[in-house]
Design a protein around this ligand. Structure first.
Ligand SMILES: [Zn+2]
Length: 777
């Protein structure tokens, strides 16, 4: 409805009353715009208030020399390693903590004990197996821990952690060398035990494919912000790892192909002359991969099964971990990628079961990922980047294990193809977060998964304009944000305590960053700040505070409200356009004023009887006394009088030209009341569609909510007349209820299925009732 209002006096003192009832059902000031302050760790000499490493920043270092042998006959592995641990901290250390991840699968592991289980009417064998207690011999056997003189060092094993009690305390600036000898049985990762490392057995040709990760005792992180990170490994919360240099000798059956973190030191000893020639050719092939071991060669080796051994030597510098893969089934291809003034080798290892998909896409996806991520962070610093087909998805420095296998006849769906490319982009992308920007995964999954999923989304969109990205765009997080409150945790929640892990640790932070970039900060400010965070923390250990602070520090945008809402809170976005009133300025010309008054009076006087009377008053009554009727009709209370004209002239004479222009501007004023139904404050993005067919978008920063977090009113002055208004027209804010985003309200159809009961058991099943499913949502 249109209202008129009067310009009183000279200034725009808008005086009118409104029927908007402000009802404070909740505490108005819930601190959505207060600075995070005490919710964050205090800045100090190690980490500054601007989010950068401080002037006394330090981190530990651990170098490894490892000799390891894979036994393909009984699927076991044994290794001996020397660790050199550098204490760069200002603290004297009496003991060191080492991670024994294999013990997650040991008989006394807490992992199966703390997993909930229940009996369902329909259960897979795998589900049942996971309930049964498994006491297979899969944990570490630690044979010895010794100093370099061969003296035993006492250790205490606490499930997946081991305390090494040093003979004498390790002072600041000192280093200590010690050796660990160990072995374990490799597990079948395709079984109910699952997990990232392990083997896959191929029944048809009787061969194994090993993905060796979390395979050696690894140093825990000792840091300024947490001391020792020795929270138990129970399967999900990933790793906190120390940077160091690695020299690793891997002995495997002579016909195996080995892919590994690091650079192969002895290609002449382990590759055939043909493979060596192709490998050297791949180093200058920038446009397409060179196949170094072909499918035909791999298939031949599958049958022969050599009993000889070969030792592959790899060196890696400044890595936080080391993983490798080995199988005689492997096809290997590689191509070179120019990156930051040097050449990186992008490579793939896969069995014939992964073709033709893998030879087509894998190495190209690796190359694309390196380029896309480098542009937004820093030049990929490592010499190789490897993708291995292993029916899963897991990342390590320079090497990752991915999925994507066609059907047996070699055909594949788009879902498999894009799923494979997405996983490769994601896992190769993890080189940046957390392999290089080395956050504590045991505590925070979002710091690597969220940031990585965000960059994955950008890389996917660059790979293919219409790439079917699963995560990233704002509206994709809506189903998660619509979850019932007890199924939601803040992003700032420890890995192990998250119910819906994918949406919480991957999708929500990725969406939040995308919203920051597209809607809150803009691409230029966001990209600069995100890159600054990457540069500040590459090859270091950042905390959430360092990320939050750097994003603000480098952009000049106060984002505390955003971190509070999106990272520390569980509220969804649901902003409702509650009420829209349309006002026109009363320009006070007597003619206009009287005409409006007349129109209003007529509108007020109208009643339904008038319509009925038209045809229903007896003719005798209508014609009774025409003179009387004419007399009354000649009086017009809405005609302009000389007094009206005089008052108008006096009023106009008092106005300046600027004020007169304003008065005659003909502006339309739209007063809109917004209600924060969801709780998460966001900008107001409004599309005004005008009666002349044009439209305009106006953006109001989220800070409009700072004085009233539940309801705000704002007036928009428009030259044109508005036909309708849409809130969040580009679906940028992840609003979980868009039905209240339209003025006038629009009906959006929800679909429901009709189904006809078959009368049988199947048709009557509750689970098949689409109406019930819809309600549950
Ligand atoms: Zn990931």
């Amino acid at each position: 409805m249109k209202h008129l209002f009067t310009l009183t006096a000279i200034v725009l003192g808008l005086v009118f009353s409104l029927p908007v009832a402000a009802q404070w059902t909740e505490q108005n000031h819930a601190e959505r715009f207060e600075q995070l302050g005490p919710m964050l760790r205090s800045p100090n000499v190690y980490r500054t208030a601007s989010g950068a490493p401080g002037h006394m920043y330090w981190q530990q270092k651990a170098d490894h020399e490892i000799e390891v042998e894979l036994n393909d006959d009984n699927q076991s592995i044994k290794g001996s390693q020397k660790i050199t641990y550098f204490n760069n901290s200002p603290d004297a250390l009496k003991y060191l903590w080492i991670q024994l991840d294999q013990n997650e699968r040991a008989a006394d592991s807490n992992t199966p004990k703390i997993a909930e289980s229940s009996i369902n009417p329909r259960m897979s064998l795998r589900q049942l197996e996971s309930i049964l207690w498994h006491d297979q011999d899969l944990g570490y056997k630690i044979h010895s821990v010794k100093d370099l003189s061969g003296n035993d060092i006492p250790v205490t094993i606490v499930k997946t952690m081991m305390r090494v009690d040093l003979p004498q305390q390790l002072n600041p600036g000192e280093q200590v060398d010690f050796t660990v000898d160990w072995s374990f049985n490799i597990h079948d990762r395709m079984s109910f035990i699952g997990g990232r490392p392990g083997y896959e057995y191929f029944e048809k040709d009787g061969n194994y494919l090993y993905t060796m990760a979390e395979w050696f005792p690894r140093m825990a992180v000792y840091s300024d912000f947490e001391g020792w990170q020795h929270k138990q490994f129970v399967g999900r919360g990933e790793f906190a790892l120390t940077f160091g240099d690695y020299k690793v000798k891997i002995t495997v059956p002579a016909d195996h192909m080995v892919g590994s973190t690091g650079v192969l030191q002895n290609p002449e000893e382990v590759l055939s002359s043909a493979e060596l020639e192709r490998w050297n050719r791949a180093k200058t092939s920038f446009d397409k991969p060179v196949i170094i071991r072909t499918q035909a060669e791999a298939e031949r080796l599958e049958k022969q099964k050599s009993k000889d051994k070969k030792t592959w030597i790899f060196h890696a510098e400044n890595v936080r971990d080391f993983a490798w893969t080995s199988s005689r089934k492997f096809i290997w291809d590689a191509m070179a990628v120019k990156q930051g003034g040097k050449d990186v080798m992008a490579m793939s290892y896969y069995a014939k079961e992964a073709n033709p998909l893998w030879e087509q896409y894998s190495t190209r996806a690796v190359a694309h990922t390196i380029k896309s991520y480098s542009a937004r962070t820093f030049d990929y610093p490592y010499p190789v980047a490897i993708s291995v087909e292993a029916t899963n998805g897991m990342e390590y420095p320079m090497i990752c294990f991915n999925y994507g296998r066609p059907d047996e006849d070699g055909t594949y769906s788009d879902a498999i193809k894009y799923g494979m490319i997405s996983v490769i982009i994601h896992e190769v992308g993890h080189n940046f977060f957390p392999m290089i920007v080395n956050s504590d995964e045991r505590q925070w999954s979002w710091m690597d998964e969220g940031l990585n999923t965000f960059l994955q989304y950008l890389a996917e969109q660059e790979w293919d304009r219409d790439y079917p990205s699963r995560r990233g765009a704002a509206h994709k997080i809506v189903p998660y944000m619509q979850s019932e409150r007890h199924l939601l945790e803040p992003i700032m929640t420890n890995s192990e305590n998250i119910i819906q892990f994918g949406p919480n640790a991957y999708a929500k932070p990725a969406t939040a960053l995308n919203i920051l970039r597209e809607t809150i900060m803009g691409r230029e400010l966001f990209d600069y700040a995100f890159k600054e965070y990457s540069l500040r923390w590459k090859f270091k250990h950042p905390t959430p505070e360092d990320f939050f602070r750097t994003m603000e520090d480098a952009s000049g945008v106060d984002l505390d409200w955003f971190w509070r809402g999106w990272f520390f809170g569980t509220d969804p976005v649901d902003i409702s356009m509650e009420n829209v009133s349309w006002y026109k300025l009363d320009n006070r010309t007597p003619a206009q004023k009287k005409a409006d008054q007349q129109k209003e009076a007529e509108r007020e006087a109208y009643h339904i009887s008038q319509d009925y009377n038209k045809d229903d008053i007896p003719q005798t009554v209508v014609e009774a006394d025409p003179a009387t009727r004419d007399f009354y009709n000649s009086y017009n209370p809405f005609s302009v009088t000389p007094e009206d004209e005089k008052a108008y002239k006096e009023f106009m004479d008092r106005l300046s030209q600027k004020e007169k222009d304003l008065l005659n501007s003909g502006l339309n004023f739209y007063e809109i009341t917004f209600r924060n139904v969801g709780g998460l404050v966001m900008p107001l993005i409004l599309q005004f569609n005008y009666t002349d067919g044009t439209s305009e978008v106006e953006r109001i920063p989220a800070e409009i909510w700072r004085l009233n977090e539940w309801e705000v009113t704002k007036v928009f002055a428009k030259k044109k007349e508005v036909k309708n208004i849409v809130l969040d027209p580009y679906r940028e804010t992840a609003d979980i209820d868009e039905s209240n985003n339209y003025w006038p309200r629009q009906f959006t159809p929800s679909r429901f299925e009709l189904f006809k009961s078959t009368g049988g058991v199947r048709g009557a099943s509750m689970g098949d009732n689409p109406m019930k499913r819809a309600r549950r949502r």
